[in-house]
Design a protein around this ligand. Structure first.
Ligand code: 6PG
Ligand code: NI
Length: 187
C-alpha cells in the first residue's frame, strides 16, 4: 500500500501532479482498428498524429489499490470513423468508473453479444460493469477528456477487442454520430 495522497488535475493538458507514466498513442499504434485501412495508412504516412494520450496517477496497479488515469482523445476521424482508444477487456473482471471532464464523446461497451453506447460529456459518470469490453470515442470538434478509476489488479487485455471487435463502429453522421455494424467492410 502507499500513503494517502491528493493528486491535482491540470485542466489545460489533462496531466496529473504528481504523475505516473504518460502514454501517447499515435496513428501508427492503432493498426487494424479503423475499418478504412487505406485512410488509416494515409494518415499514418502523412503526419502520424497523436490520437490520444493517457496520464496515469502514481497509484500502483496492485491488488486493493484504485489507480486512476486521464485520457485525452484529440478530435478527428479516419475514413469517417471517429478517433477512438484501442479498447480492452479487464481479464480479472471488475467494474470501472469514468467521469467526463471536457469535450464530448462516448463509451462503447461490448460483452461479446450486445453493444451499448453511453454518451459522455463533462459531469457524466459512465459505469462499466465487470465483463464489458470498453472503448472511448471523441464525437466532437475539441479534445474529449475523461477520468477513469479501476481496480489495480484488473489487468488489460487488448487482444480480446482485436478478436471480437466492439459490436459497432462509430461514424461521423449529420449532427449525431452514426453506428455501423463492426464487421462492415471499409466504410
Ligand atoms: C483503464 C481505462 C482507461 C484506458 C484509456 C486508454 O482500464 O485503464 O479503461 O484508462 O486504458 O482510456 O484506452 P486503451 O487502454 O483502450 O488504449
Ligand atoms: Ni478499462
Amino acid at each position: 500500500p502507499i500513503d494517502p495522497m491528493s493528486i491535482t488535475f491540470q485542466p489545460p493538458t489533462g496531466g496529473m501532479t504528481p504523475s505516473g507514466p504518460v502514454l501517447s498513442r499515435r496513428m501508427s499504434d492503432l493498426e487494424g482498428l479503423f475499418a478504412d485501412t487505406a485512410a488509416w495508412r494515409a494518415a499514418r504516412d502523412e503526419a502520424d498524429p497523436v490520437v490520444y494520450e493517457v496520464a496515469s496517477s502514481p497509484v500502483p496497479e496492485a491488488p486493493g489499490e484504485l489507480p486512476q488515469s486521464i485520457t485525452t482523445i484529440h478530435p478527428g476521424a479516419v475514413g469517417g470513423e471517429f478517433h477512438m482508444t484501442k479498447g480492452h477487456q479487464h481479464p480479472n473482471p471488475q467494474g470501472e468508473i469514468y467521469l467526463g471532464l471536457s469535450g464530448t464523446g462516448g463509451l462503447l461497451l461490448f460483452d461479446g453479444t450486445t453493444p451499448k453506447w453511453i454518451p459522455m460529456a463533462p459531469g457524466v459518470i459512465g459505469y462499466i460493469p465487470p465483463g464489458w469490453a470498453h472503448r472511448s470515442v471523441n464525437t466532437g470538434d475539441e479534445p474529449y477528456r475523461f477520468l477513469a478509476v479501476y481496480p489495480g489488479d484488473a489487468g488489460h487485455d487488448y487482444g480480446w477487442v482485436l478478436e471480437h471487435g466492439m459490436g459497432w463502429r462509430v461514424l461521423r453522421g449529420a449532427g449525431e454520430p452514426r453506428f455501423a455494424p463492426f464487421q462492415a467492410e471499409p466504410v
